[in-house]
Design a protein around this ligand. Sequence first.
Ligand code: AFP
Length: 323
Amino acid sequence: MQRLIPTLRSDQVDLELLMLIRTVLAGCKEISFRVSQGALGGVLGSTLDENIQGEQQKKLDVIANQLLKSMLLNDTNVRAIASEEEDSIVAAHEDGKYLVAFDPLDGSSNIDINGQIGTIFTILPAIKELSADDPKQFEQSGRNQLAAGYVLYGPSTMLVLTTGSKTRCFTLDRTHGGFLLTNDEVSVPLQTQEFSINMANSRFWFEPTKFYINDLLQGESGIRKKRFNMRWNAAMVGDIHRVLTRGGIFLYPEDKRDPAKPAKLRLLYEAMPMAMLVENAGGKASTGLQDILDITPDGLHQRVPVIMGSSDEVERCCYYYTD
Ligand code: AFP
């Protein structure tokens, strides 16, 4: 099986970008080890702190963030980083060519139950005219992303990555320590019978979501004339990996729980990279009203509604929001 570097070199990926991806993956390999240690590594449970999102930080959230942050700040290709666990932009090198934004550990609520968790990252070009500590560095459309990926810490540790053309899967070979190519072209089926949403929020949904999900639940006797199944991992990285692997539609729509925060998922380091991976695998990623990749973030921690997966199903779902 082919290793990561020769695979990406065959895609004419810039050498500096390649080296930066290796830096991200060096951090993820260490996170994978710490995660696999579980209770033995003293990394379960929560800290006493909250992050800017107002969420209680798990010990592994802090460890994963520190690992990635220290490795990236030492990489001279990096101009600045943004993280779910950092309140603001962190400047690195004034002559760095790239920006990196990441969710160091997505699905933290799954840590203590040994569930699926992962690291999500995106790499953007640094804006020459702006200083390294200017948060406007990250105010770039999702279409500007140079690379996007996630590392899923599951029964196997898998990297799913796109550098602009197709979406590929690599599996960590723990014997030799490298990521080996295990799927050279991920392709999301156009149609699906599997949806992914947190049904516990249904009483807070706006009408379009209620009507769409209700039509799925009507099954064979309803207008869809087919039975649907449901899955919910409570970790976007796990749900999107299933969608990329066998199709599906993943939704985290706006709801009425907190008028100040109608959406939950963050645009810059969750929705944007996942949207690039899904689109480059032939799927579709929308807010219900527009393509996620067409949005330019107006803040590091901006939240957006997310509907992504099998393109025919996503298009059909979007009609409920636009009509
Ligand atoms: P945590 O990282 O706080 O567990 O949140 C994970 C997440 O941001 C995303 O990965 C999941 O799809 C979603 O939240 C789960 O949200 P609910 O807990 O409301 O189902």
